[in-house]
Design a binder for this molecule. Structure first.
Ligand SMILES: NC(=O)c1ccc[n+]([C@@H]2O[C@H](COP(=O)([O-])OP(=O)(O)OC[C@H]3O[C@@H](n4cnc5c(N)ncnc54)[C@H](OP(=O)(O)O)[C@@H]3O)[C@@H](O)[C@H]2O)c1
Length: 402
C-alpha cells in the first residue's frame, strides 16, 4: 500500500495531487451517484454558468463524468494534453461561477459578487497554466538512470529498430541484435553518425539456444544497463493447420529468449544497483485469441513475467516494464501470415514503452487496445470474450488457415 501511494503521489506538487483526489472522487463516487441514484426531478447541472434541470441535467452530467475520468488518467500518467486542458477546464469553472452568480443576483452587484467568487478559480487556472511544463514530455535520461549500454533484440526492423533509434538519440550506446546482418549494419552506421554513440552488431538466431548463448557471449564484456527484449514472431491460423516446428520456434523466441537474457543480465544490474528491462509484449497477451492461440499465450507469458519482475526488482532499483502494442505498422503482419490491417506508427509505440520505464509495470498502447483488453478481461464472461475474439481474428486470418 505504501509503495502504491508513493507511486501515485511522487513528484507531483501537492495541489495537483489534491486535484487528482478530487477528480477521482467525482469520477468514481459523485457523478455516478448523481447520474444513477439522484431523482431526475431534483437533478441540476451547471455548464458555463447555465443551469439545466431534469433529463437535460442527466445528459449534461455525462461530459462531466468523462472530463473527471480523463483528468484522473491525465494527472496519474502525466499526459501532455493536460498542460492545456487542465487550465482551460479550471478557467471554464471560473467563468461558470462568474456567470451563475451574476445571473442569480443580477445587475452590477451580481457582476461584482460573481467576480469575487470566481477569482480563486481564475487564480487556480493561472497556477495550472504556469506549471504546464509539469506535463511536457521529459528527456528520458537513460544514461544517467541505467548506464552506458543498451541491448535491443529484434533491432533489424519495426518496433525494435525504432526503440534503438530513440535510445541512441538519448545518448546510450546500443548493441543491435537480430538475424539480418545487412540491416543491422545499416542501422548501426545511421545511429553512430546521427548521435555520436557507439554500437555493436550481434547476429544471432534467438529461436535457438545456441543463438541466445552467442548473444550473451558477445556482450559479456559490456555493462548492459538497459535490456530490450523485443524480438518476436507472430503466427496466425488454426492450431491443427499450423506447423509444429514453427510453433516451437515461436515459443522459444517469444518466451525462452527473454527469460534467458533477462536472467543472465539482471544479476549484474542488481550488483551495480541500477538497470532496466523492457519487454515488448502485445495487446494480444491480455485475452485468449482463437486463431492466434500460441502467440497470444506467449505474450501473456511475457506480460506476467515482466509485471512480476517489476514488483520483485524495484527494491534493487531495476525498472521493468512491458510494452504492449496493438496493431503496429511493421513487417510483423506479413511474417505472421495475417491479412493486412491498419496499425499505429512505430514512433509513438516505442516512445510509450521508453517513457513508461520506471513509471508503470506495463503500458497498453492506444485507446482501442486498452478498451478491448479491459472489456474482455473485466466485463465479459470468458466464453463471450473468446467468441468475440474469434470473430475478430477470423477477419485477420486467410481463408485457408481458418
Ligand atoms: N507489429 C505489431 O502489430 C505488434 C503488435 C504487438 C506486439 N508486437 C511485438 O513487437 C515486437 C517487434 O515486432 P515488430 O512489430 O517490430 O515486427 P518486425 O518488424 O517483424 O520485427 C521483428 C524483429 O524480430 C527479429 N526476429 C525475428 N525472428 C528472430 C529470431 N529467430 N532471432 C532473432 N531475432 C528475430 C526480426 O529480425 P530478423 O528477421 O532480422 O531476425 C525483427 O528485427 C515483437 O515481439 C512482436 O510480438 C508487434
Amino acid at each position: 500500500m505504501r509503495e502504491w501511494l508513493y507511486d501515485v503521489f511522487r513528484e507531483r506538487p501537492w495541489w495537483m495531487s489534491a486535484s487528482l483526489i478530487f477528480c477521482a472522487w467525482m469520477a468514481i463516487f459523485y457523478v455516478p451517484w448523481d447520474l444513477f441514484v439522484k431523482p431526475v426531478a431534483r437533478d441540476e447541472e451547471v455548464w458555463l454558468g447555465i443551469e439545466v434541470h431534469g433529463v437535460a441535467a442527466k445528459l449534461a452530467a455525462l461530459p462531466h463524468w468523462f472530463v473527471y475520468a480523463a483528468a484522473v488518467y491525465g494527472f496519474r500518467r502525466r499526459r501532455p494534453w493536460m498542460g492545456f486542458w487542465a487550465p482551460v477546464y479550471v478557467a471554464q469553472i471560473a467563468v461558470s461561477i462568474l456567470v451563475w452568480k451574476a445571473l442569480e443576483t443580477g445587475g452590477s452587484r451580481g457582476l461584482l459578487l460573481g467576480a469575487a467568487w470566481s477569482l480563486p478559480m481564475f487564480a487556480f487556472a493561472l497556477l495550472f497554466w504556469r506549471r504546464r511544463d509539469y506535463f511536457a514530455p521529459r528527456p528520458l535520461g537513460l544514461v544517467r538512470r541505467y548506464g552506458e549500454w543498451a541491448l535491443v533484440t529484434g533491432a533489424s526492423s519495426g518496433i525494435g529498430a525504432e526503440l534503438a533509434r530513440q535510445i541512441a538519440a538519448d545518448g546510450m550506446n546500443v548493441v543491435l541484435s537480430a538475424r539480418r546482418s545487412d540491416r543491422l549494419a545499416r542501422l548501426a552506421s545511421e545511429l553512430e553518425k546521427a548521435h555520436g554513440i557507439a554500437t555493436r552488431v550481434v547476429v544471432a538466431d534467438l529461436a535457438e539456444r545456441e543463438g541466445q548463448a552467442a548473444l550473451l557471449d558477445a556482450v559479456a564484456d559490456l555493462e548492459i544497463g538497459l535490456l530490450v527484449n523485443n524480438a518476436g514472431l507472430g503466427y496466425q491460423g488454426r492450431f491443427d493447420l499450423q506447423d509444429g516446428e514453427r510453433l516451437r520456434r515461436l515459443l522459444t523466441l517469444n518466451c525462452e529468449a527473454p527469460l534467458v537474457l533477462t536472467h543472465a543480465l539482471v544479476k549484474p544490474m542488481c550488483e551495480r544497483g541500477r538497470g532496466a528491462v523492457l519487454f515488448t509484449g502485445s495487446a494480444s497477451g491480455y485475452q485468449p485469441l482463437p486463431l492466434r492461440a500460441a502467440y497470444a499465450a506467449s505474450k501473456a507469458f511475457d506480460r506476467i513475467l515482466g509485471e512480476s519482475l517489476w514488483g520483485e526488482l524495484r527494491a534493487a532499483n531495476i525498472d521493468v516494464t512491458v510494452l504492449d502494442p496493438g496493431s503496429t505498422q511493421t513487417e510483423f503482419q506479413a511474417m505472421a501470415g495475417e491479412i493486412p490491417h491498419p496499425g499505429d506508427a512505430v514512433e509513438g509505440v516505442a516512445r510509450a514503452g521508453l517513457e513508461a520505464l520506471g513509471q508503470q509495470p506495463s503500458v497498453l498502447v492506444g485507446w482501442w487496445s486498452w478498451l478491448r483488453a479491459n472489456v474482455a478481461t473485466r466485463l465479459l464472461t470468458r466464453p463471450i470474450a473468446i467468441h468475440a475474439a474469434h470473430h475478430m481474428m477470423e477477419a485477420q486470418t486467410p481463408e485457408d488457415m481458418r
